[in-house]
Design a binder for this molecule. Structure first.
Ligand code: PLP
Ligand code: COI
Length: 340
């Protein structure tokens, strides 16, 4: 698809093939120089470790067009660091942080025509990923790897844009290994495909996963962390070592505390206290901040006061400040914005 055929304002969250991708190979203990290529297909041996033992991981970040026509991206260094943590846990080589940020710049620059125009609500989603590529049949890690990045223009993750969504309390565990919440291992996502299918069939936008051991504490959803606002305006975010340390959530907490002067609590959140919060939202690169209007727990509803028509007032303030920073309308804390 040429960029001229894209209806930027009506994009959903899907894959559109862009012209270029980045690839670097790891062989004999080192990464090669890397290159921008055009072929979107990958040909690998049938026994590649990625196929047999799912030795793969990914990251996600976005590039934005500013009002004055520049292209910027948001905190890519933190994606590089999180991918390094993931890689170590999955016995994969680390793709160095400076090279990661440089590769993001190269691939976004090459696909500049696909960065959605300012004001359309769409952005360029950037997907770095890595996989074990040599044949492995005994259960052990690969020795050869590919680090790749592709880009795709995207609109809102949830249908309806910024309208509040309804989610359900899941009967399933996300199977994130306890103590490894700082990684994005492919296994976790595969284990969430069945529960998300069930939730969608039942008409819910997402699942709220509770902690696997006691099913009493709030963890996260399939693709985003939670934020809650108390009735007295405090931002509360669930703390758990089996959820992903969302870069968006960490940024929102910083913004709330240091720019908006709010009280912020990052702590364990009991499901039993959720009914007492004034506002609820999901946060992530894809989700940005998506308001949750209703949570259904086996037929019992929690309805947040802002209702199903619009975001609550505090969520809105956080949303406007965060997206303002990402589009360079609000001054960013040092180092958050990387110009392409
Ligand atoms: N939680 C899960 C399971 C995710 O897949 C994501 C997205 O990457 C997030 C949370 C949000 O993380 P971030 O804000 O770094 O995109
Ligand atoms: C992201 O927000 O980047 C994610 O990884 C969420 C989802 C698309 C898996």
């Amino acid at each position: 698809m040429s960029n001229k055929e894209i209806d930027w304002s009506n994009l959903g969250f899907g894959y559109i093939k862009t012209d270029y991708r980045y690839v670097s190979r790891f062989k004999d203990g080192k990464w090669d120089d890397g290159a921008i290529i055009t072929d979107s297909d990958i040909v690998l041996n049938e026994c590649a470790c990625v196929f047999q033992y799912a030795q793969t991981c990914f990251e996600g970040l976005k590039a934005y067009k500013t009002e004055d026509g520049r292209i910027v991206c948001f905190r890519p260094d933190l994606n590089a660091q999180r991918m390094a943590d993931t890689a170590k846990r999955l016995v994969m080589p680390v793709f160095p942080e400076e090279r990661f940020v440089d590769a993001v710049k190269q691939v976004v620059k090459a696909n500049a025509d696909f960065v959605p125009p300012y004001g359309t609500g769409a952005t360029l989603y950037i997907r770095p990923y890595m996989m074990g590529i040599n044949p492995v049949i005994g259960v052990k890690p690969a020795e050869e790897f590919e680090f790749r990045i592709f880009c795709t223009p995207v609109g809102p993750y949830f249908k309806g844009g910024a309208k509040p969504i309804t989610i359900k309390v899941s009967d399933y565990d996300r199977a994130a290994p306890h103590g490894t919440g700082n990684i994005k291992a492919g296994l976790n996502y595969a284990m969430s495909l069945y529960p998300i299918t069930v939730a969608h069939e039942e008409g819910f936008a997402e699942n709220m996963y509770l902690d696997a051991a006691t099913r009493t504490k709030v963890e996260e959803t399939g693709g985003a962390n939670f934020i809650f606002i108390t009735k007295d305006g405090t931002l509360v975010t669930p703390k758990s070592d089996s959820i992903l340390p969302s870069i968006t959530r960490r940024s929102i907490c910083y913004v709330a505390e240091n720019i908006l002067g709010m009280k912020v609590e990052h702590r364990e959140v009991e499901f039993a206290e959720v009914k007492d919060f004034a506002e609820c939202g999901l946060c992530g690169t894809a989700a940005v901040i998506s308001p949750v209007g209703r949570i259904v727990d086996h037929g019992k509803e929690i309805n947040f006061p802002a209702g199903m028509d619009e975001m609550g007032p505090v969520t809105k303030k956080l949303y406007e400040t965060l997206t303002g920073i990402q589009q360079c309308k609000v001054e960013a804390p040092e180092g958050w914005i990387v110009e392409i």
